[in-house]
Design a binder for this molecule. Structure first.
Ligand code: GLA
Length: 378
């Protein structure tokens, strides 16, 4: 196949599919808890057109200068990771409709991969959203988020929650989403934090959630729930467990499992407290909660790494940074920092220098602005 055109004029549909941040509520989604994410102004742009074929689909990733062709008649997973995201989504859409036909699609991304801002959900959901539009399949946005999540479970092997896909598709500019991952009820919470900004520091230590640690955390939480159920049969997930209830099982649970559960149970309380803080414009309280979350993710949930811990510690030397923590799945990626706008430049420069001296790795800093979810450009 010759390379697809990268000229937007040659395409009938352009879709922007964003990455996401999460203010607080980490590793709570698959425990049926609450999260507080939003889409940001980093995105994958997709260009689509029907190509007249019944079954042949051609893709081209401009970032990786890679082409990929598959048939709608064979969407079983293969050994190319990024292609599996695509195949998984197409398979998911095919479970709802027989309207899909051959298409050409070019994608171009400015979301750093493996940095905890969910380039994978942006890929899954942008594709799902795009083919849904192109072939008029009639799927709603929530269905598209679920198709994305299932693709990640079944085709990539990460048993992720729904947060990333939901944030990418459902966000509203200037807001974060308080999402109840049990009922999928959600509420937009305005995020007016001026003169503060959201600054992401990318460790450039890449994570790969499929390497098993993420799924292991999920399994450990489930094994904790099974023990709690021996006494409380109405408990379905850690969502239903209070810190006091959990404490009753301290001697019955393996220490590691207890610590995992303890982090999740406390994090639920912190998310709701942070929403109240945002509603009362109490940014200091929000920031304190973020630091506590980092502590829990590092010591109890053990999904941090020396590079992330270093950056969070480093931020504590600056009064202008009111909150900092590892964001997303962990094991690398970004810290999210709430920082006074006047200090961004100085803090960034000094963090870059200290980080390089310590790890010999270049730090990448960028501001993140709460933005609209998946949208049609043309
Ligand atoms: C990854 C997953 C999400 C969520 C976060 C941790 O981003 O895809 O579902 O579990 O980690 O909060």
């Amino acid at each position: 196949m010759s390379k697809l055109s990268t000229n937007p004029k040659d395409y009938e549909l352009l879709v922007d599919s964003p990455g996401r941040i999460n203010i607080i509520g980490e590793h709570t989604d698959y425990n049926n808890g609450f999260v507080l994410p939003t889409a940001i102004d980093k995105k994958i742009r997709f260009m689509f057109k029907k190509n007249g074929s019944d079954t042949v689909c051609n893709l081209y990733s401009a970032n990786f200068d890679t082409s990929y062709t598959f048939s709608l008649e064979d969407v079983s997973p293969g050994d190319q990771q990024w292609a599996n995201y695509i195949l998984g989504v197409i398979h998911g859409v095919q479970q709802h409709t027989d309207k899909l036909r051959g298409f050409d699609c070019v994608l171009d991304s400015n979301i750093p991969v493996g940095s905890g801002i969910s380039s994978s959900a942006a890929l899954e959901c942008g594709l799902g959203f795009g083919v849904n539009e192109l072939f008029d399949c009639g799927l709603d946005r929530i269905t598209i988020t679920k198709i994305g999540q299932k693709a990640e479970h079944d085709y990539v092997g990460t048993k992720c929650g729904i947060m990333d896909q939901f944030a990418s598709v459902m966000s509203k500019e200037g807001n974060v989403i308080l999402l109840d991952c049990q009922s999928l009820e959600y509420k937009y919470v305005p995020i007016h934090i001026k003169p503060y900004k959201i600054l992401l520091l990318n460790t450039n230590v890449s994570h790969n959630l499929a390497d098993g640690e993420y799924n292991k955390r999920r399994a450990q939480c489930e094994s904790g729930v099974a023990i709690i159920q021996s006494k409380y049969s109405n408990v379905n997930s850690l969502r239903d467990v209070s810190p006091e209830m959990l404490a009753e099982f301290k001697n019955e649970m393996d220490d590691v499992v207890y610590n995992r559960c303890s982090y999740v149970v406390d994090e639920k309380v912190r998310v709701l407290d942070t929403v109240e803080a945002l509603n009362n414009n109490d940014l200091a309280r929000m920031g304190k909660n973020m630091y506590k979350t980092h502590e829990g993710l590092s010591k109890l949930y053990e999904v941090s790494c020396p590079e992330l811990d270093f950056l969070v510690e480093f931020s504590k030397g600056y009064n202008e940074v009111i909150g900092s923590r590892v964001m997303g799945g962990g094991f690398g990626g970004c810290t999210i920092n709430i920082i006074h706008e006047d200090a961004v430049e100085k803090f960034t420069k000094e963090a870059e220098k200290a980080y390089f001296e310590k790890f010999n790795i270049k730090l990448t800093a960028f501001e993140a602005n709460p933005s609209e979810g998946t949208s049609i450009v043309k």
